[in-house]
Design a protein around this ligand. Structure first.
Ligand code: ZN
Length: 130
């Protein structure tokens, strides 16, 4: 389990080093690694950690699911846009593991999206051997 304190309403964090560290502490040498967020207003994806691209992704999410666009969930909670953006991103990623290393392409990073912060967030990591 990784715990993260986000500092802003919307924030993207490259959690690749934390996942690799958790993997190092596990007994799994070869297999797969599940990275799973325990929240409904956060997202996980694998992509490039280029700040300009991250801004592009956030802009896309904002266009597709703008805040306060008459959502039913806003009647009770006021954060429907964050849930919708999280639904678009997904709540988990699975990455192959070889020799205790995450198998990632040159530009691939594990990106955690805070969409309704700031809050303390928990990310569950489960390594499964071959
Ligand atoms: Zn809500």
């Amino acid at each position: 389990m990784i715990e993260i304190d986000s500092g802003k309403p919307v924030e993207v964090m490259d959690i690749t080093p934390s996942v690799q560290e958790a993997l190092r502490e596990s007994k799994v040498i070869n297999g797969i690694c599940l990275v799973y967020t325990l929240h409904t207003t956060t997202g996980l994806t694998v992509n490039e950690a280029d700040p300009a691209l991250i801004k592009d992704i956030l802009n896309l999410l904002e266009r597709v699911a703008p805040q306060g666009a008459g959502y039913l969930h806003d009647r009770s909670d006021g954060n429907a846009h964050a849930h919708l953006r999280a639904a678009l991103l997904g709540s988990s990623v699975v990455i192959p593991v070889e020799q205790k290393r995450l198998v990632l392409g040159t530009w691939q990073r594990i990106l955690f999206f805070e969409l309704d912060g700031p809050r303390r967030r928990k990310i569950y990591i489960k390594a499964v051997p071959d």
